[in-house]
Design a binder for this molecule. Structure first.
Ligand SMILES: Cc1cc2nc3c(=O)[nH]c(=O)nc-3n(C[C@H](O)[C@H](O)[C@H](O)COP(=O)(O)OP(=O)(O)OC[C@H]3O[C@@H](n4cnc5c(N)ncnc54)[C@H](O)[C@@H]3O)c2cc1C
Length: 458
């Protein structure tokens, strides 16, 4: 419980309209895409860095947990108030401050929705590539805090690769600028990179300077269906062997295809066990050559059906179906466990057959889809939460999955973060000395441990 005097102080700082304490309105700020739920004591909506600083100083003095929150689309529970306290919602910091075509940078506040920034820069012939499938709801602040990836990561990289500098507020209230506004800069430790992906545990981000690139001239989107996942995954390697790095190389297994079958409006072969969704971009002549090579490689790899989107509208329909896989799987089974492991591309086929074996062994449907181009597989274990045996099996399956991923020199999470859901497993990947150093870094930023407690470290 937050002391009523502190709530009065907070209300004076931000204005009564920007503080929620009414219990009936709090619950929507206590959940995220994990569908787990914890009740905050209050929600505050600061307007700028100065207000964020005042709130954090007060919270540090009185040891009140503060949980930064973007859109709440996180998949690992990063924005959940697991110890109660004050949710700091960044919705009001939602301005695109500048787009500078001469220097190819944009400066934005953290509450800007990812898709809104993309549309704004594309209107000027520029491009901000990171495109999490949640881009229509997620915020830039949440993307930076999670180092969000996305469909285009295989060619263009992840959020980290586009952040030049940050304005942040430390839990003690200090406001500081990290990084640069230029293309280069190596002065001092790279605090920007340290804060990117820190899941709201080190500092609150109040502005972001982003690198932009020119918008590619054109793109071509293709889809191919294969009898099994192994053939699709082998085709991914074969495309890359042909010296083509597509902008996007996504795969779906049978269960995932079935979830979006109706939306696709395509003649999907009944025996399709896997699908590849491929996009290349660049100038028109290069695109034509690459599209021909990709078609030939898919057919040689045993594709049952190959189709190229005839126009932008058809391509968008395919992407919308891909973006809807996760929500559709949720509709099918709201209690699924969703992991986002990454393995070297050459190990993907082995990982997928390991998953198929586990699905049979434990009688658990497992749907896999994701970013085949960079080895990032979203593994969805569909379970009946009411069945204790299934729950036990699912837990064992997750543990065995992580063991296999580490054995394959992969990582537990490519983009969703550790949050609370993966905290118990972090030590499987990061040995003690590394974890201890992280804990010391956390302490240096946040001596009283008020910022997003209970996350990353179990
Ligand atoms: C359908 C669906 C598809 C998705 N697809 C992808 C995908 O393709 N790639 C991908 O990477 N992710 C994906 N995600 C996960 C999620 O959208 C991303 O992690 C996203 O970056 C979270 O942004 P958010 O604004 O919702 O942040 P929130 O969920 O609100 O918060 C996430 C974390 O960021 C912290 N945070 C938020 N704002 C700030 C701030 N200003 N300062 C400091 N910390 C802050 C929070 O404390 C929390 O730890 C998907 C989610 C859904 C529901």
């Amino acid at each position: 419980m937050i002391d009523p005097h502190l709530l009065t102080r907070l209300s004076e700082m931000v204005g009564k309209a920007h503080l929620i304490t009414d219990a009936s309105c709090l619950s929507e700020y206590g959940t995220d895409a994990t569908r787990l739920s914890f009740m905050p004591d209050a929600v505050v909506f600061p307007r700028d860095s100065h207000e964020v600083s005042q709130i954090l100083s007060l919270a540090t003095r009185h040891q009140v947990p503060v949980i930064p929150r973007g859109a709440g689309s996180g998949m690992s529970g990063g924005a959940l108030p697991v110890q109660g306290g004050l949710v700091m919602a960044m919705n009001r910091l939602d301005q695109i401050l500048a787009i500078d075509p001469d220097n190819l940078i944009a400066r934005v506040e953290p509450g800007v929705i990812t898709a809104r920034l993309q549309q704004a820069v594309e209107g000027l012939g520029l491009f901000y590539p990171p495109d999490p499938a949640s881009l229509n709801i997620s915020t830039i602040g949440g993307n930076v805090a999670e180092c969000a990836g996305g469909l285009r990561a295989v060619k263009y990289g992840v959020t980290r690769d586009y952040v030049l500098g940050l304005k942040v507020v430390l839990p003690t209230g200090e406001i500081l600028d990290t990084g640069v506004q230029t293309m280069k800069g190596v002065a001092g430790y790279d605090l920007t990179r340290l804060i990117i992906g820190s899941e709201g545990t080190l500092a609150v981000i109040t502005a972001v300077t982003l690198r932009l690139i020119p918008k590619p001239e054109a793109k071509a989107t293709m889809i191919a269906f294969f009898p099994q996942v192994s053939a699709a995954v082998q085709t991914v390697s074969d495309i890359v062997r042909n010296r083509i790095i597509p902008t996007i190389l996504e795969f779906m297994d049978r269960l995932s295809i079935n979830c979006v079958r109706e939306e696709l409006e395509l003649p999907i072969p009944t025996d399709a066990g896997a699908m590849l969704l491929i996009e290349v971009d660049g100038d028109e002549a290069l695109l034509r050559r690459q599209a021909e090579t990709i078609k030939a490689v898919c057919l040689q790899g045993g594709a049952l059906h190959f189709e190229a989107a005839a126009n932008e509208e058809e391509a968008e329909q395919l992407w919308e179906a891909r973006r809807n896989v996760s929500p559709s799987l949720f509709k099918l089974n709201p209690h699924k466990i969703n992991e986002d492991v990454v393995v070297p591309r050459s190990r993907m086929a082995a990982l997928v057959s390991f998953l198929e074996q586990m699905a049979q062994e434990y009688h658990l449907p497992i749907a896999s889809f994701g970013h085949a181009g960079d080895g990032n597989i979203h593994v969805n274990i569909m379970l009946d939460k009411e069945d204790p045996e299934q729950l036990d099996h699912a837990r064992i399956a997750v543990h065995r999955l992580f063991q296999k991923v580490i054995e394959f020199h992969g990582t537990l999470t490519g983009e969703h973060g550790i949050g609370i859901t993966k905290a118990p497993y972090l030590e499987m990947e990061i040995p003690r000395p590394g974890l201890d150093l992280m804990v010391r870094i956390k302490k240096a930023f946040d001596p009283e441990g008020i910022l997003n407690p209970g996350k990353i470290f179990s």
